[in-house]
Write a protein that binds this ligand. Structure first.
Ligand code: CUA
Length: 371
């Protein structure tokens, strides 16, 4: 089992984010009656609209995916076994303390009965513990097999996730789609399974991938490939954290897994596959983006920006957050990011490019068109 250096908690996503973003999350977490009504209407109007329910309670006791359910079942078995042992031991101890408490008088002088070599007592305290351990070992071994060597359907989706300090590269090899930090997967169904396999790699140091409601933790290790899979039963936005201390911005290496209906998922893939159209109005922004060497680190499809060190920005404006979940992807936060990324995410590897106000404005306008 790995050491858990996780500093993220269920509140981790809000701790260091600007006020504006905090409000943004709260709206999603506590939808007003009006909001719910609007959402219902929207759902009725378009079956393929995206479900914006935030599943922020990072709770292994509320599993919403096949492997998370398997882990939940074994954790209940282990907890119940431990609870029964605790009750028996604590009960016997309490009984002995009360029944044989100090009563004064001749009590101190009498020696309790001395028992040597009682086969019955020795069997009683060795055989049941051995049986309990054997059962737990066998059940755990079976669970590890189910989680690590699952029989996935042949048409399972595959997503390659590469951990970087401090963001996630996300690739869909089958569709030639590249994105970052927000991982779209299709909704599964108990009667007709739709599974998604995650192939996990690292570009630098060890990172940890954990979205508790979808599956257990898996490490991303340099020069090594790990896999895990998810089979979610509810649409929505599942939040997760990097779980291995990987540097200054480890706590802001946030994960969003967006579970879409299969139709909406296909629609999203189609949108991501398309090259963004060249908008004449923001030509200057594109020119500034290239001129200020942004393209040395970032890739934007259909342009000369071909960098791979930072997140692919081809469809940047279609994402909900920027800086790997550090802030909502809106104009104000993007302006702050372009002026100085160290403001929102101190210690991130994007330097302050010292852009002038005009350059910031034109690049901002350009990036906002990359839907
Ligand atoms: Cu990546 Cu912590």
């Amino acid at each position: 089992m790995q050491m858990n250096w996780n500093c993220g908690s269920r509140h981790g996503h809000e701790r260091q984010t600007p006020v504006r973003f905090r409000r943004f999350s709260l709206i999603h977490r506590n939808p007003s009656t009006l909001g719910v009504a609007a959402l219902t209407l929207l759902t009725l109007a378009s079956a393929s609209a995206q479900d914006s329910t935030i599943r922020a309670i990072q709770n292994i006791f509320d599993p919403l995916s096949a492997p998370a359910e398997i882990l939940y079942r074994i954790s209940l078995l282990v907890l119940a076994t431990c609870a029964i042992i605790f009750l028996i031991v604590a009960g016997l101890l309490t009984y002995a303390i009360i029944r044989y408490r100090h009563k004064g008088g001749t009590d101190d002088l009498e020696e309790p009965p001395q028992v040597y070599g009682s086969a019955a007592i020795e069997l009683a305290w060795t055989v049941p513990p051995i049986l309990i351990v054997v059962v737990l070992v066998l059940v755990t071994a079976r669970t590890i097999g189910e989680i690590q060597k699952p029989k996935l359907p042949n048409d399972a989706e595959q997503v390659r996730i590469i951990g970087h300090r401090f963001w996630w590269e996300v690739r869909y090899p089958k569709y030639d789609v590249v994105t970052a930090n927000e991982i779209h997967v299709p909704l599964s169904d108990r009667s007709k399974r739709i599974a998604t396999e995650f192939v996990l790699e690292s570009a630098d140091v060890i990172h940890g991938f954990w979205v508790p409601q979808l599956n257990g933790k898996t490490m991303l290790v340099p020069n090594h490939t790990n896999t895990m899979w998810v089979e979610p039963y509810k649409t929505g936005i599942y939040l997760g954290n990097c779980t291995v201390l990987c540097g200054a911005q480890h706590a802001n290496m946030l994960i969003r897994v967006i579970v879409d209906t299969p139709e909406r998922y296909q629609q999203w893939l189609n949108e991501q596959k398309a090259t963004p159209s060249n908008d004449q109005a923001v030509e200057e922004g594109q020119r500034q983006f290239i001129a200020n060497s942004c393209g040395a680190c970032h890739d934007i499809g259909g342009t000369n920006a071909k960098g791979v060190f930072g997140p692919d920005l081809t469809h940047f404006a279609s994402r909900q957050t920027l800086g790997s979940g550090v802030a909502a992807n809106n104009e104000e936060n993007l302006r702050s990011w372009l002026q100085d990324p160290q403001e929102l995410k101190p210690g991130c590897l994007m330097p302050n490019m010292k852009l002038g106000d005009k350059q910031v404005q034109s690049i901002l306008a350009y990036l906002r068109t990359l839907k």
